[in-house]
Ligand binder design. Sequence first.
Ligand code: KMH
Ligand code: ZN
Length: 312
Amino acid sequence: MKKPPRKVIITCAITGAIHTPTMSDALPYKPEDIARQSIEAAQAGAAILHLHARNPLNGAVSIDPEHFMAFLPQVKNATDAVINLSTGGSLHNTVAERIAPAKRVSPEMTSLNMGSMNFSMHPLATKYDSWKFDWEREYLAESDNYIFRNTFRDIAMVARELGDGEGVKFEHECYDVGHLYNLKFCVDSGMFRAPVFIQFVLGILGGIGADLENLVFMKRTADRLFGDNYRWSVLGAGASQMDLAVAAATMGGNVRVGLEDSLFISKGRLASSNAEQVAKVKRMLEDHGLEVATPAVAREMLGLKGAELTRF
Ligand code: KMH
Ligand code: ZN
């Protein structure tokens, strides 16, 4: 009998904390635009929506729970997609501040960044002559002095408050090979329940580069450390987004796209929306004989608590 096609989870990261409004008119920052693009991305095939909030007046990255609440109920009412809240925050937030929105709404998933690192987008500060909002240039330029703090103590706090406290499942963002060893240490300490879900993040300035060789190395390392007790996905930042997504899927993994990670749909052409990227990657996966996972399948694959246990 023919084997049924393997199911691939598409995560779509709708707006993020890296790009700024000047870079693309499609980058959503008003709650109605974040909601609409999230719903359309889910309709296009995203099973998981990775969400940050923005200040609706100027598009600055926000961790104000009210800014999340301005779009979360609408997205939940209109889709069955899994909602995954970022705990990454902005450049100036403590980890306790970064998890406040998730503590308020108890989502099914949140991101959890697995190590402290340089995390910089300062080269983007020199690429534009004028800006839509006055915070943008400095936000980008200042990131050359930014340490994205995620110590073992921070990680343990997030595990306690959101994992143990709220039944949240984590998207463990691993930007380099060492982060896999950090996760292994935490798993061995009993912090997380299997299967852990690892997002290999390639191409951030401060992390591992967006090369296929690096993806293979990350995957092999994770295989050695976690055996069968993990699920994985890949996020290629910038131009590598689609190529690494297809590579990951054909290697047995899941994929993440979205305007948080790349503003483009093809070389030199800005994407018109998150849904356009989701539709493209879905087509590419199906061309390779793979099937896209529904939210229900994603919940089963990752062992999620269910949308009924969230508070929004
Ligand atoms: N705030 C950025 C430095 C995540 O979504 O958890 C990274 C970030 C990742 O926000
Ligand atoms: Zn994010």
